[in-house]
Design a protein around this ligand. Structure first.
Ligand code: C5P
Length: 218
């Protein structure tokens, strides 16, 4: 029998990570935070001083990513980088290198390997369009720029980073633009995706909606 996959794609800070994690928890499924793989690659690249125009070196860094996931913790070569990969600089670099098809190809197999029984919830930009096109349920999660900037602001402050709403809104728009306009795996709703605008929803309400869509598929 096929291992079921639920994909949750959407723009930066749309709440897809929180929703995907909770849906996975409720169903007892595995969870893939695909953005974390791009962030891990970005962190590794920044630390090693690899130039962002050295495509060959960037792809190599992605291919030889030594990472592992342990519950909510993310490790790069055995160092806990759960917090470090959330920095804005890392996210912006991730979005730049994610535009390269060689980097995306280097991370393809790693992403597929997260599909294990009894099932997987995967979040990102191209989970439903490219990585798991045969997913049982595909969700496209959005929220207004204002709602997303406010959420990102709270997240960063809670994690001890400094932040400014105007800068965050501008960065979000830039990143949306880059993620949607790139030629390789651009951010867009997958065919057959269910759309969910979470601007005025709590995370739990969004989780309930996804779970009821999934249950309705039988
Ligand atoms: O989702 P998150 O903000 O952590 O992702 C960081 C960056 O990685 C995104 O801005 C996007 O450019 C890239 N990404 C991607 N494809 C995915 C997940 C993330 O291109 N499936």
């Amino acid at each position: 029998p096929k291992i079921p996959v639920i994909t949750i794609d959407g723009p930066t800070a749309s709440g897809k990570g929180t929703v995907a994690q909770k849906v996975a928890q409720q169903l007892g499924f595995h969870y893939l935070d695909s953005g974390a793989l791009y962030r891990l690659t970005a962190l590794s690249v920044l630390r090693r001083g690899i130039a962002l125009n050295d495509e060959h070196a960037l792809a190599k860094a992605a291919e030889h990513l030594h990472c592992h996931f342990d519950g909510a913790h993310i490790f790069l070569s055995n160092e806990d980088v759960t917090q470090a990969i959330r920095a804005e600089e890392v996210g912006n670099t991730a979005s730049k290198i994610a535009a390269l098809i060689t980097v995306r190809q280097a991370l393809y197999g790693l992403q597929l390997s997260f599909r294990k029984p009894p099932g997987l919830v995967a979040d990102g930009r191209d989970m439903g369009t490219v990585i798991f096109p045969g997913a049982r349920l595909k969700v496209f999660l959005t929220a207004s720029v204002e709602a997303r900037a406010t959420r990102r602001y709270k997240q960063l402050i809670d994690k001890g980073f400094s932040a400014n709403i105007e800068d965050l809104s501008r960065d979000l728009k830039e990143r949306d633009e880059r993620d949607m306009s790139r030629s390789s795996a651009p951010l867009k709703p997958a065919e057959g995706a269910y759309h969910l605008d979470t601007s005025d929803m709590t995370a739990d309400e969004a989780v309930q909606q996804v779970l009821s869509w999934y249950a309705a598929l039988g």
